[in-house]
Design a protein around this ligand. Structure first.
Ligand SMILES: CC(C)(COP(=O)(O)OP(=O)(O)OC[C@H]1O[C@@H](n2cnc3c(N)ncnc32)[C@H](O)[C@@H]1OP(=O)(O)O)[C@@H](O)C(=O)NCCC(=O)NCCS
Length: 196
C-alpha cells in the first residue's frame, strides 16, 4: 500500500463545502496545530466531546494530543477544517483516521463544532475521508459511535455505511462501508474520487 510523503501531506490543503457553499479548508494536523486543536476540543460542548471520544473528557490528554499531531505515525492521520470568520481562520471540524495495513480497514472518527452542526460539514468530511482512505489503499472505512448518537447513525446510513451492534461493547454501534471507488491524481484542491 502506498505510503504518502508526510512533508507533502503537511504542506497541502483541500477544500470541502457547507451545504450553503461556504468553504472549509482542510489541512493535516502537525505539531504547529497542537494548541489550536486542543482549544477546539475544549470549546466543544460536553455532549459533543462525549460522542466524539466515546467518554467524558474536557480536553485531549497529553499523550493523545501528541499522537494526534504526529502526522503519519503508525498510519494515523488527523485533519482539521477551518473557516474564515471575520478574517480569522477558525477551527470548525476535525477528523482522525488510521489504516490497519493487515486488513486494509481504515477507521475514523470526526467532529464538527456545535456552532456548525446541521450545515453539511459532517457529510462532506466523510466523503473526503473516503477519498483519503482510498488513496491509502484502504478497502473499507469504518468507525464506532454511541448507539444513542442518532445524528451520526443517520449520517452514516445516508452515506452508505452499514450499521451493526458493536461486537465488544453494547453501548456502541459500528458503521462500515466497503470502498469501491478509484482515486484520481490529486488536484490542486485535494483528492478527486472517481469510478463510483
Ligand atoms: C455527527 C456530526 C459529525 C454530524 O455533522 P454535521 O455537519 O452536523 O452533519 P449534518 O447535520 O449537516 O448532516 C447530517 C445528516 O444526517 C441527517 N440527520 C441528522 N439527524 C438526523 C436524524 N435524527 N434522523 C435522520 N436524519 C438525520 C441530516 O439531515 C443530514 O443528512 P443530509 O446531509 O442528507 O441532509 C456532528 O453532529 C458532530 O460533530 N457530533 C459530535 C461528535 C460526533 O458525534 N462524532 C461522531 C462519532 S465519531
Amino acid at each position: 500500500m502506498p505510503t504518502p510523503a508526510i512533508a507533502d501531506l503537511a504542506a497541502g490543503s483541500s477544500i470541502i463545502h457547507t451545504r450553503r457553499g461556504e468553504e472549509v479548508r482542510l489541512h493535516f494536523v502537525t505539531s504547529d496545530d497542537a494548541e489550536a486543536l486542543q482549544a477546539y476540543v475544549r470549546s466543544l460542548s460536553q455532549r459533543s466531546r462525549t460522542k466524539r471520544f466515546l467518554g467524558a473528557l474536557s480536553e485531549l490528554p497529553k499523550a493523545v494530543l501528541d499522537d494526534f499531531v504526529s502526522l503519519g505515525r503508525n498510519d494515523r492521520y488527523s485533519l482539521i477544517g477551518t473557516m474564515e470568520l471575520g478574517g480569522i481562520a477558525c477551527v470548525v471540524a476535525e477528523a482522525r483516521y488510521a489504516l490497519d495495513r493487515a486488513s486494509g480497514r481504515v477507521e475514523f472518527g470526526l467532529s464538527v463544532h456545535d456552532r456548525w452542526h446541521g450545515h453539511g460539514i459532517g457529510p462532506a468530511l466523510i466523503a473526503h475521508l473516503e477519498g483519503r482512505a482510498l488513496a491509502l489503499g484502504g478497502v473499507s472505512l469504518s468507525g464506532d459511535a454511541l448507539r444513542t448518537n442518532d445524528v451520526m447513525i443517520a449520517l452514516a446510513r445516508k452515506a452508505g455505511f452499514t450499521i451493526q451492534p458493536h461486537a465488544d461493547d453494547w453501548t456502541l454501534v459500528r458503521f462500515e462501508k466497503v470502498l469501491t471507488g478509484r482515486v484520481a491524481q490529486p488536484s490542486s484542491t485535494g483528492l478527486q474520487v472517481v469510478g463510483r
